[in-house]
Ligand binder design. Structure first.
Ligand code: GLN
Length: 294
């Protein structure tokens, strides 16, 4: 380093351009998140200190974070945190980073609850299959103050993050984390649920190797690979969920847009569901299939 003293504003501008040039997604946001991390500040606080000069050590540390990002490491892993439903969730190697489109699951459950008679909305029971970081389960528990949530997860590594997040958001008494495959851990409890929700692995095995390297090389395959055409878990969930739903209970599954048609066919063949619908994500692509158990 020369005697050049960077200000926060200058460093952000120059780094955002650099990241953009390197083809990094959301270059400005990335620069802001990583500089905020290095300085131990909230991102908005950077703007209040735009003209503040930085120490050489701060600039060097920031450059190291940028270098990691350029090697494709997800920003959320570098920060150890990802925002979902306006809450911060602990993430890192071994757990899927919550995606913004998954907020649809939370939003749609809340929509159904708000459209129901009040008497039906107390003591709601929700089952989440494959909770990963626990983001959906925690967001639902926070949003529905009398709901009980059971959340399963096959990966013990992911479950560790879920436990941390449930604790961090103060919902440990109402979010019950259980390790195992889909509903296997809740089967012995004999509970029927008002909602079964899931963002299962749904990337087709056939295209797994074409995923962006930030996803492919860093995030756990067990959370992403949905087998042939990505339909392995979606199919199992549609076929098996009725056993765990109360009459009138809802099943909501996130999947890729091109899977939704097949999923609706499968649903109608079960002859136990009605009110089937698809919900679009913010890019206007079908992302969630939801159906009611008759
Ligand atoms: N949408 C995810 C992706 O980034 C897939 C998530 C999943 O398989 N549940 O590819």
């Amino acid at each position: 380093m020369t005697a050049r003293r960077w200000t926060i504003g200058e460093l952000l501008n120059v780094s955002a351009l650099y990241l953009k040039d390197k083809g990094v997604e959301s270059p400005r946001l990335t620069a802001e998140l990583l500089l905020a991390l290095k300085l131990g500040l909230e991102r908005v606080a950077l703007y209040l200190r735009f003209d503040q000069p930085l120490q050489d050590e701060e600039v060097a540390g920031f450059r190291e974070l940028i270098r990691r990002r350029l090697l494709a490491e997800p920003v959320a892993y570098i920060r150890g945190e990802k925002e979902f439903w306006s809450m911060a969730f602990k993430v890192g190697p071994g757990v899927l980073i919550p995606r913004p489109e998954t907020e649809l699951l939370v939003e749609q459950v809340l929509d159904v609850v708000r459209g129901s008679p009040e008497s039906a909305t107390e003591h709601i029971r929700i089952l989440e299959l494959g909770t990963g970081s626990g983001a959906v389960a925690v967001a639902l528990a926070k949003s529905l103050s009398s709901a009980q949530v059971w959340a399963t997860e096959i990966s013990s590594e992911a479950l560790g993050y879920a436990e941390a997040n449930v604790g961090r958001h103060g919902v440990a008494e109402r979010v019950h984390l259980l390790q195992g495959d889909l509903w296997e851990p809740v089967r012995p409890l004999g509970i029927r649920f008002d909602f079964v929700v899931s963002n299962p692995p749904y990337v087709a095995s056939e295209v797994y190797d074409t995923l962006p390297s930030g996803v492919h090389d860093y995030e756990p395959r067990v959370a992403l690979d949905g087998g042939e055409r990505g339909m392995h878990f979606v199919t199992r969930i549609i076929e098996g969920a009725p056993e765990f739903l109360v009459p009138g209970g809802w099943l909501l599954i996130e999947m890729s847009p091109e899977q939704t048609e097949t999923a609706l066919d499968l649903v109608s063949r079960q002859k136990v569901y009605d009110s089937a619908r698809r919900v679009e994500d913010y890019t206007h692509r079908y992302r969630v299939v939801m159906v009611r158990r008759m």
